[in-house]
Structures are given as C-alpha cells and as structure tokens.
Design a binder for this molecule. Structure first.
Ligand code: PHE
Length: 344
C-alpha cells in the first residue's frame, strides 16, 4: 500500500532515463510483468483485512492503468524518434506483395453458379470417371453411336460392369442428367452441373480436358419457351444486355427436338452478311447444345414421361471465355504459363 503511492512518480522518473525500445521493454516487465511490482503487490491482497480488500484492489488497478498509459506514450515517442533517425518516409507507396489470382475457369465457374442460383438452380457435380451407361446408354445413344468410338472417348483399362458398361472419362456433363433424376426422385429438378470433360482432341480450340456446364430442368408442362427464356437470361447476364441468343435446329440422341444455341457476335453485333467480320462471318457464334429431354432419358431416370418433361443444355466454359474475348488460344489455359495466368 505504502509504496503504491510513489509508484507513479517513480515510473515517471525512470521513464525519463529510457532512450530505446529495448530498455522500455525491460522497464515494462519490471512493473507490469508476471512477477512485476503490480502483480507482486496484488498478491498481498490476501494478507490484508477482508473489509479493505475492495478498496485496495481498486487502487492497484487505477495505478496499473496510469502506468500503462505512461508506457504507451513513451513507446510512441520512441518509435517516432526511430523513424526520424532512419529517414523513414511514410509518404512513399509500400512495396506491393505478389498477388495470387483465381484461374479463369474457377472464376467463370463462380460467376455462372451465381447467375443460376438467382433463379433457383442448385449446383451439383458428377463423376469425371464414369460408366458408359450414364454417358451413353441412359442418354439414348445406341452401342454403335460414333461418339462411343475410342477416338471420341477415352476408355479406361478397368473391369466392365455388367449393367453399367465400360469405365470411361466422361465426354460431356450430360452424364449427370440421369444421375440427377435418380438423386431427386420426384421432380421438380433445377440443376446446373459444372465439370471437367474429356475427349481426345488438341488444337487451338480444343484441349483433351475441358469444362462444360450443364443445366437440367424437369417439371410439369415445361416447354421450349422456358428453355429459350433461361438461355436468354444467362446470355444477357454473362455477356451483356445487347447480346441476343437463337436456337438453331440440330440433332442429339438425348433431346427431342434438339438445338444448337448461337449468340450474336460481339464484334459486328450480329450484322454478319455483307459486313466481313473476321470473328464470326455470319453474325452469330455457336455456343451450346440444347433441347427438350427425350422421353427415353426420363424413363432411364425413373420419371414418368407422361406426367413430366423438361429441357437440358450444355455450354463449353472455355468456349464462353473465347467468345467473351480475352482468350485466343485455349491451350494457354492449361500449359501453366504464369505470365499468361497472371493477367486475369
Ligand atoms: N452433351 C452435348 C455435347 O456435349 C450438349 C447437350 C447437352 C445437348 C444437353 C443437348 C442437351 O455436345
């Protein structure tokens, strides 16, 4: 109790002698450390009359706070002096840290997921290592379909499953369609699935591994306008309000009717003919495959095709990046050249 009253002035005196941060640290420990004066004094609380303990405790705390303040002020002073001595110029810009960034594909994946989650589509991922059944048979593709040749699809050396066929690398995200129907059981289904696909190709617009995102919608009374509306929504969100999409008749085994999806060229704005556009030639760029889910596919998905119907489409993600601009050679994405990747 006695020495407490002097402590503050004692500290003040001692602090005057301190000229560097190291000494300050020593002094701090002497007063405020675990075995410092304050704590030591606090221990003595047990020895005094219980009636006076409260007052004693309050006094110590007040002193402690006061000392703390003094140390802090001194510390700031010393730091300031230090900076003045070392010519520290706090107006200079700092040295930038090297910054990591997401790969373009990851970025696109996040962007697309966000666009579709706004309209209630949930995101799924389905196996890259697949069985023929999900990639072909359940999608109404007969055993002699050219897509099942080994120059179109990678086959793995693995045991053939009596029901599900050979093991392959999934050549499209459509392999997830029947899997999703099995998972959900009773529609409605509103799914997008973004994943890696594999086909034996390698040139400026094809890599043996690439990404697609698939969308599947199954419900009662679904028709082509729902498909077109969803594609329009996506195209305008992803490419901008000024872009138009169109459906062009096509053929897929697993959709009927089937379409290819084109969007207006961003360079000539769809003028095409008459204007020689070096990007598109016709005013439109091909972007995706789409169609109304074939009843046989619903049957494989254990869904009553008289009660329910739906649509599906799939976009190539690398293709989206190329059409939006910024990516000229698809192989750049996967050669791991940091100088290219750093730009995004
Ligand atoms: N799976 C097709 C492809 O990879 C695209 C597609 C998906 C077509 C869904 C129709 C419906 O080319």
């Amino acid at each position: 109790m006695e020495n407490l009253t002097n402590v503050v002035s004692q500290v003040k005196k001692n602090l005057q002698k301190v000229s560097d941060l190291e000494k300050l640290e020593e002094l701090t420990i002497r007063y405020l450390g675990r075995h410092g004066l304050i704590n030591e004094t606090l221990q003595k609380i047990k020895e005094i009359d219980p009636g006076k303990r409260r007052e004693f405790g309050q006094k110590i705390n007040a002193v402690k706070e006061e000392i703390n303040k003094l140390f802090l002020i001194k510390k700031n002073q010393l730091i300031k002096n230090d900076e003045a001595l070392t010519d520290f110029d706090n107006t200079l810009p700092g040295r930038p840290y090297p910054k990591g960034s997401l790969h373009m594909i990851s970025y696109a994946t996040e962007e697309i997921s966000a666009i579709f989650s706004k309209i209630g589509f949930i995101r799924m991922t389905y196996p890259e290592i697949e069985r023929e059944y999900f990639s072909f048979d359940s999608l109404n593709m007969p055993p002699d379909h050219p897509g099942r040749d080994d120059f179109e699809t990678f086959f793995l050396k693995a045991q053939k499953d009596p029901q599900l066929g050979k093991m392959i690398l999934s050549p499209h995200t459509s392999s997830g369609q029947v899997r999703e129907m099995w998972r959900v059981g009773t529609p409605p289904i509103r799914m997008i699935s973004i994943g890696k696909c594999y086909r034996p190709n390698w040139d400026t617009t094809h890599t043996p591994m690439f990404h697609q995102f698939e969308s599947l919608c199954v419900d009662r009374s679904i028709n082509i306008t729902h498909l077109k509306g969803t594609i329009d929504y996506f195209v305008k969100q992803y490419f901008g309000e000024d872009r138009e999409a169109r459906l062009r008749p096509h053929h897929f085994q697993f959709t009927e009717p089937s379409f290819e999806v084109d969007i207006t060229c961003g360079v000539c704005h769809g003028r095409g003919d008459g204007v020689k556009c070096r990007v598109c030639k016709s005013g439109w760029l091909e972007l995706a495959g789409a169609g109304m889910v074939h009843p046989n596919v619903l049957k494989h998905g254990k869904i009553n095709a008289n009660e329910y119907n739906g649509w599906a489409f799939a976009f190539g993600i690398e293709r989206l990046l190329m059409v939006r601009g910024g990516l000229k050679n698809m192989r750049d994405l996967y050669t791991g050249d940091i100088r290219f990747l750093e730009q995004f």
